[in-house]
Ligand binder design. Structure first.
Ligand code: PMP
Length: 336
């Protein structure tokens, strides 16, 4: 095994995450399921990649000047990535976040030195929505740029050039399918485009949580949602610029209960502590694996994203009272 060479600066620690064969999911699907360990990034989530890509693009276009400020609306992980990259490059960070996200993410953002603004969760059409609030704040702040992760395609470019290339290399070009859920859509669209550029026959599946509108969009051509989800960072109701032209071949809708079951199994059986979007992704990967096996592909190899660490959700997913409040099952080992 090659030990990675020393890096010249901390920003080079973003990306080049390891890939792991997941035993339980592979067995359940009857094929190989691999997880990309995005919790290995310095900000402990997949969003470090988008943060770096967006900031580098704003520097290259001349929009972001030395000592400037980056403003963003985020469920948390993008803010954490932006705050770290901004610290490393000498920028300031202002983050706008809905106030129903995990306390760990809010505490982390403050600890990293970001200025945090919280707003009540609302529909996207409401001008008070965290995305619109962040845009207004950027307009009102001298020397500030708006990162605009949903519609800034520097986000998906980071996955076309980074995540997809890494997966192709790590699996030595032997990959049959990829799936993950969408928040901004940067990951699914970017990895999908990057892998298809290597091999058109790689199947790209969107895994959607309940309460999001993309499953019905790709299945029936209509943006329509059903039910709800407590998963943070995923669940989209519109076609963002990052999602435009995403090469989606098929789609799955996964419940929080199914996602939580994989979170529990991966922790207890394989020693991986993850957030709910990772559990939902793994459930989607198992569904895609079964689908490709049923279609007659021999020993398909599927990859998905392990988006962030479960340590970020101790007050929610790993807290029996919180789960009971949401009518969700409590992990067996936490039952008193
Ligand atoms: N999982 C988590 C925990 C996230 O924070 C995000 C980012 N919003 C995603 C998944 C989805 O990634 P993307 O924005 O690239 O669709």
């Amino acid at each position: 095994m090659m030990t990675p060479a020393p890096r010249d600066d901390t920003l080079e620690l973003i990306g080049n995450t390891r890939l792991v064969l997941l035993q339980g999911p592979s067995e359940a699907a009857g094929c190989q399921i691999f997880g990309k360990c995005e919790f290995e990034n310095p900000g402990a989530s997949v969003k470090d990649r988008a943060a770096l890509g967006i900031i580098r693009a704003a520097e290259a276009s001349g929009e972001l000047k030395p000592g400037g400020t980056i403003v963003e609306g985020t469920a948390g992980n993008t803010g954490i990535g932006i705050a770290l990259v901004a610290n490393a490059l000498g920028y300031k960070t202002i983050i706008v976040m809905p106030d129903n996200q995990s306390k760990e993410k809010m505490d982390t953002l403050r600890a990293l030195g970001a200025e945090l603004v919280t707003v009540p969760p609302t529909k996207f059409a409401n001008p008070g929505h965290f995305v619109h609030t962040s845009r207004r704040l950027a307009e009102e702040t001298e020397g500030a740029i708006w990162a605009n992760q949903f519609d800034n395609i520097a986000n998906r470019k980071a996955h076309i050039e980074g995540t997809a290339e890494e997966l192709w290399e790590q699996l030595e070009g032997k990959i049959d399918g990829f799936t993950c859920a969408a928040g901004t859509g940067g990951t699914i669209a970017g990895v999908g485009m990057g892998l298809k550029a290597h091999d058109e026959t790689v199947q790209i599946a969107l895994t959607d949580p309940h309460g999001a509108a993309l499953y019905s969009y790709f299945a029936e051509g209509e943006l329509k949602s059903e039910g709800s989800s407590v998963a943070e960072g995923i669940g989209q109701g519109r076609i963002t610029a990052n999602l435009e032209g995403a090469p989606i071949d098929t789609q799955f809708r996964i419940s929080d209960e199914e996602g939580l079951e994989w979170v529990a199994r991966l922790l207890r059986e394989e020693g991986l502590c993850l957030g709910l979007s990772s559990g939902i992704n793994v459930a989607g990967a198992v569904a895609l694996g079964k689908h490709l096996v049923a279609e007659g592909r021999e020993n398909p190899r599927i990859a998905t994203i392990l988006c962030d660490t479960g340590f970020r959700y101790l007050s929610t997913l790993y807290n029996p009272e919180w789960l009971a409040e949401k009518d969700l099952p409590v992990f067996d080992w936490l039952k008193s």
